[in-house]
Every structure is written in C-alpha cells, then in structure tokens.
Design a protein around this ligand. Structure first.
Ligand code: GLY
Length: 256
C-alpha cells in the first residue's frame, strides 16, 4: 500500500522540455488543470502529497519519476540519460532524504531514468534504453539486491514509440501486467496475467495501480474495459498535455 507521493507542478516553460511526439505544443494552463486532476486522484486513493514548486531550470522536471527509484527504505537517486535533465536529481534529493533513511546514487558512467524501472511484487524489470545504459542498470540491480530485491534487464532500445520501459508495460498488481505488443511476447512476462494493450491504445500501457485503484489516461475505452473486466476500479485522467511532451501517467509522481 502507498501512503505518500511526491509530485512537481509544471513550470511555465514546460513546453521547452524534450519531446519526440508530433502532437503540437502543450498548453500551460491546461497542463496545470490536468496536473491538479492527477493530484486529486492520488489523494482520492489515500495518498498524502508533497507538491514541489516548479523548477524553472528544468522544463521536464514535472516528470519526477525519472529522478529516483524507491525500494523499501532505500531511495536510489538516478542519473538521467538526457543531459538537460541531469540537474533534476539535485533539486529533489533533499525531499527524498526527508522520507528515506537510506539514499544512494547512480554514478557515471551509468545513466538511468526512473521511467525505465517497472517493479512487480519485489522484482524490478530494468529497461535498457536510450536513457538507461547497462552500467546504470547494473548499479541499480546491485543496490536492489543488497536490499533483498531481484532485478532483470529488458531491451527497450529501438522499439518505435517507446521512450522508457514503462511507456510499454505497467504492473497493475495481483499478477496483472499490461503490455504493448512488442513486450507481450517476451518470456520475462509470460508468468503474468497479460493485459494486451491494442496498438491504437498504446499510450494507455502507462497506467498505475495506486492501492485499490488503477489510474489510466482518459480516452482508451478498450484498455479501460479490459481493466474493469478484471474487477479493478479505474480512474481515467486527461493526459494530453503531458503526452505531447513524451510523458506518461506514471512519470508524474514518485509513490511510496
Ligand atoms: N519529456 C520527457 C523526457 O523526454 O524525458
């Protein structure tokens, strides 16, 4: 069960962040409204929020999930693979230190984005991507193993439309794992009850289980129906402005 989440309000320069999406420029005011709705949904799931101020030096810093991996009492600060995002870690480290007694850090030459990490009942799938390299993945696996967790690596590089591992998979609890087609056939995921995300709804593969509820992006009826058929309560949230900046629903919070 989660009791807390850390989020960061989008900055006015949010549109200057990194993106490969060809969906137009995000609207700042709409992004603020969508972010508020996201925060309210987390609160409705029972979480107490720490809301950080916008960081004017880092337009992508609303995507706080990329700055840390949380594992029990340990917080692993990442070393983001995009140079423009490197400074985001120092601006959140103090907040994490207030909650986690054991804080360690990915060091060069390792790079790692939190969006490449998918935790499933104590096992951590670590995506090797354009942002997370093998050195970073191996450092993280070592930090996790020291705390009794297991880890394995999933190749993400070169899969069209997939920035991070969690752009294509989500662990939804109770053995349910949502996956887009390129991941659904991997042997690593066969032990799970696979929720196959239709190609036209691939953005919805990035959903999160928060206590008893799944938060998913709004506008993906097949995925929503599949989750409801599993008996999972769903809150669907408008995410368009974040999608324009290559951001998914999980990226907007660190949950613990
Ligand atoms: N805009 C999110 C990212 O590229 O990291």
């Amino acid at each position: 069960m989660f009791s807390h989440a850390i989020v960061r309000t989008p900055g006015r320069n949010f549109a200057q962040g990194l993106t490969t999406a060809d969906l137009g420029e995000p609207d700042y005011y709409t992004a603020i409204l969508q972010h508020r709705a996201y925060c309210k949904a987390l609160e409705a799931c029972g979480l107490q929020l720490t809301v950080l101020d916008p960081d004017p030096d880092h337009p992508d810093s609303v995507f706080v999930e990329d700055t840390a991996v949380l594992a029990g009492s340990r917080a692993v600060l990442t070393r983001p693979g995009a140079p423009s995002r490197a400074g985001e870690v120092d601006t959140i480290a103090g907040t994490l230190a207030a909650f986690f007694e054991d804080v360690c850090r990915i060091e060069a030459p390792g790079t790692l984005d939190g969006g490449d990490i998918c935790e499933a009942d104590g096992h951590y799938f670590i995506g090797i991507s354009a942002r997370t390299n093998r050195a970073g993945a191996e450092q993280l696996a070592g930090f996790l193993k020291a705390k009794g967790f297991t880890a394995s690596f999933i190749e993400v590089t070169g899969i069209p439309g997939i920035l991070h591992l969690k752009s294509g998979i989500s662990y939804l609890g109770d053995g349910h794992l949502a996956a887009v087609q390129p991941f659904a056939g991997l042997p690593d995921f066969q032990p799970f009850n696979l929720v196959r995300v239709p190609e036209e709804e691939s953005y919805a593969a990035n959903s999160i289980r928060v206590n008893d509820t799944v938060l998913m992006p709004w506008g993906y009826p097949k995925m929503q129906a599949a989750l409801e058929a599993l008996g999972l309560p769903v809150i669907a949230l408008p995410m368009d402005e974040f999608e324009k900046m290559d951001g998914g629903l999980s990226c907007l919070s660190l949950r613990f």
